[in-house]
Design a protein around this ligand. Structure first.
Ligand code: AMP
Length: 188
C-alpha cells in the first residue's frame, strides 16, 4: 500500500497525471476540490457553508476541510492506497494528514510536486484562453486559485522538504515523460 500526495498549481497537468496514476496503481482518489464541488452541487449543509468561499477562489477554513477529509478516509478502510489531490494546502492540513495516517498504522509514503512556475502556468492559461471561450468570472476565479497556490499552498512544500520527504518532478514537457518520472519516484 502506498499513499501519495500530488502537488501542482492549477494548469500544471495534475488532473491528467492523477488519472494515469490511478489507472496504474489503483489509488483511491481523494480530491478535496471534487468533494467540495459535490457538496455545493447537492446543496448539503457543508455545501451551503463553503459555496461563497469557493466561488471567490479562496481556501475553505482548515477546520472544515480537515473534518471532511477525515470523513472520507473513514469511508475507505479497505483502500489499497490514497492519492491526495488538492490536499493538504496548509501546514495544519499536512500535520493533520500525517496524524490520520499514523493513527491508522500507515503513512504518506510519497510527496510529489509538479514543478511549473507561476509564469509558465499563466502563459499556458493565456494560450488556452485564446482557444476556449471562457467566462470572465471563471477567469477571475482561476486567477485567484493560481494566486492562492503560489501565496499559500506552496508554503506546505518546505514542511515536507525539511523532513526530506519531498520529490520534485519537472511539470513541463511531454505528458508520458512526466508520468514516467512520477512513476520512477513511486517505484524507487
Ligand atoms: P481545486 O479543484 O482543488 O482547485 O479546489 C477548488 C476549491 O475548493 C478551492 O479553490 C478551494 O476553495 C476549495 N478547496 C479544495 N481543497 C481545499 C483545501 N485542501 N483547503 C482549502 N480549500 C480547498
Amino acid at each position: 500500500m502506498i499513499n501519495l500526495v500530488l502537488f501542482g498549481p492549477p494548469g500544471a497537468g495534475k488532473g491528467t497525471q492523477s488519472e494515469k496514476l490511478i489507472q496504474k496503481y489503483g489509488f483511491v482518489h481523494i480530491s478535496t476540490g471534487d468533494l467540495f464541488r459535490w457538496h455545493t452541487k447537492n446543496d448539503t449543509a457543508l455545501g451551503k457553508r463553503v459555496k461563497e468561499i469557493m466561488n471567490s477562489g479562496a481556501l475553505v477554513p482548515d477546520e472544515i476541510t480537515i473534518a471532511m477529509l477525515k470523513e472520507e478516509l473513514d469511508k475507505n478502510p479497505q483502500a489499497k492506497g490514497f492519492l491526495f489531490d488538492g490536499f493538504p494546502r496548509t501546514v495544519p492540513q499536512a500535520e493533520a494528514l500525517d496524524k490520520f495516517m499514523k493513527d491508522n498504522g500507515s503513512a504518506i509514503h510519497h510527496i510529489v510536486a509538479l514543478d511549473v512556475s507561476e509564469d509558465e502556468v499563466r502563459a499556458r492559461i493565456a494560450k488556452r484562453r485564446t482557444i476556449e471561450n471562457r467566462v470572465d468570472d471563471e477567469e477571475e476565479k482561476l486567477n485567484k486559485r493560481i494566486t492562492e497556490y503560489f501565496s499559500k499552498t506552496i508554503h506546505v512544500l518546505p514542511y515536507y522538504k525539511n523532513q526530506g520527504r519531498l520529490d520534485t518532478v519537472q511539470g513541463i514537457g511531454v505528458i508520458e515523460d512526466i508520468f514516467k518520472n512520477i512513476c520512477a519516484v513511486l517505484d524507487k
